[in-house]
Design a protein around this ligand. Sequence first.
Ligand code: KG4
Ligand code: ZN
Length: 352
Amino acid sequence: MKILAIESSCDETSAAVVERYGETVNVVSNVTATSLQIHAATGGIIPENAAREQVKYILPVITDALLQNKKLKNKKEEWNLANSILKNDIDAIAITYGPGLIGSLLVGVETAKTLSFITNKPIIPVNHLLAHIYANYINRKEENIKFPFLGLIVSGGHTDLVLFKSHTEYQWLGGTRDDAAGEALDKTGRLLDLSYPAGPEIEKRARLVKEAKVKFKSPLLYEDTYDFSFSGLKTEVLRFVQSHQVIDTNLKNEICYAIQKAVVDVLVDKTLKAAKEFNCKNILIGGGVSANETFKENISKNAEKLELSANILFPEKKYSTDNAAMIGAYALLNGSEKNWKLVNANPELYFA
Ligand code: KG4
Ligand code: ZN
């Protein structure tokens, strides 16, 4: 089975062709265009701008994914070949139908529905959050991921702990009550004039610091709940910045270290506690923040200290941020085919 997958829930427009190769999900192509530069200029995403960019990129990205980035003599030839690959080689079209920004989602969903209608191929609607977890199946043997496993989604929009007893039986254990982990990094980064999104720069600056005198609280760290809360961190950092007239490079790096520590400590603690409580065989982590090396190192070290046997998995870096290959991976492993008339964008979709 070969799937054309499309992702357009936020500021990335992505298309991929994925297939089952023996026991693994193989990515034939994965093409992503991003409108990040536009949002960097405004220090955050303006939904209307993101949707306009989706319209611009969606067809070129799908064409490139079908052609595996091959360039032909002219656009017409590329278009014709992409059409014939879609008709002859693709079995189904997978699409992110939520959660996300409504304008961005609509561009992908309506495009997928149109392609499904024209080619008479089934459509597979995919929950973006579940797909972040399933990014871990890409290029890995399915048998190496065992149930029950714990999923942690840490992105710019979400922080959720989900227990999977099987592909179809899952239970939400807790999530953020306010800002997501990545959102907290991006908002505090703005207070420090860092590049947007701030996660990678915070990580880079934090690496230069051995021990920081600056400390911020890890909210809900010692509370008996799988919920998270990150909005207080932003206020704490704001107060700290306002109380200092000069913030030189060293102090800025220390603040970054303290922000990262506050976020990472609580993510590590709650994830490992949940994995222990539910005897999880694996922990699958996904979303943009899962690209953070300090987080990866700390969670692995702490799991060892606790003698936790759960094997901790992260997606390859290119599949941790938003991409269509993860949408295809979910569709291959657990998707259900629908008629295009039954598929609609749902910006509020959660763990249904
Ligand atoms: O999954 P993603 O690409 O988009 C959403 O679905 O939100 O995640 C984006 C988030 C941003 O908040 C960004 O700051 C964060 O992931 N991020 C990182 C790193 N790379 C991206 N956070 C910490 N360390 C990183 N290396
Ligand atoms: Zn995402």
